[in-house]
Design a protein around this ligand. Sequence first.
Ligand code: SF4
Length: 340
Amino acid sequence: MNYETLADLALEGKEIPRQDLRSLLRAPDDDVLAVLQAAFRVRRAAFGKRVKLNYLLNAKSGLCPEDCGYCSQSKVSEADIDSYPFLSDKEILAAAGRAVNLSARRLCLVNSGRGPTDGEIRAISGAVEKVRETYPSLEICVCLGLLGEDKAGALKAAGVDAYNHNLNTAESRYPSICSTHTYRDRVETLKAAKKSGLSPCSGCLFGMGETDDEIVDLAETLGRTGVDSIPLNFLIPIPGTPLEGGGGLTPQKCLKILCLFRFVNPKSEVRVAGGREVHLRWLQPLGLYAANSIFIGDYLTTKGQKPESDIAMIRDLGFEIEGAGVPAAAPEEEFAVRLK
Ligand code: SF4
């Protein structure tokens, strides 16, 4: 298979035949470097060698009435996690300051739950206004569950830039991972966010038994929906969750998935998100030849790689942090400590 042809089609804004996308996912592992080389051509056309950093904050944790099988915060999870109500403005401002110090362009505020109450919308709006005042150049994305246009409009008015609501898996697989809401509910939320002027962010979670056809479905659906950013997560099998035994991914398969999403969504931000450390392992840097964005810091209820390791990875690739204006520099003191 000639992977450069896929890059040509992507760069010309043409649709890639479905059978080629399926073949890409089944490509021999020895072809991974050739696939990445083609995907890098598409990535570089839209994003150069820039890497966008995003900082995630679990602003309200646990006690969710939904039953998403992968989630440590669901009502069916027995995972040992912290549960707390929405953080104070002071705590959110402190997190925003940490995001800025880590050169993150975007703060992602996440609340557990089916969807926000009116009181939560007011609390979040108040916190967002304060972050906006203190750090005007920091983008703010919120992820609050299902919502309609009225609440999305209130968030937009408060200064929120983007709304995250992941499709997670294909429509055909959705009932096997969640019974308390539907794939359609998620699609409607994305539409409401977009209609209200919020930048739509929606991604996927792999390692839940999905087929190659379902992976292609997801990439094409997100392309048709016109989402601006696509976080691609790889299941972290958390003990105590129904999917604690899940996974079944290899680093090469993860890389092929990242490339596929890059070819189908050539101009969207593709983020290699949760689980990159677990599933890409030593091949993490290669992911950035297809993706142009990562989370820096920890995930919702699990630890991420140390920020200085991410910064060193970006620097060693010869890439640069978006918005920093200069090549990524590792904090010298941290390196001195590690080299001892
Ligand atoms: S709705 Fe969100 S917080 Fe609740 S179980 Fe599903 S993923 Fe977890």
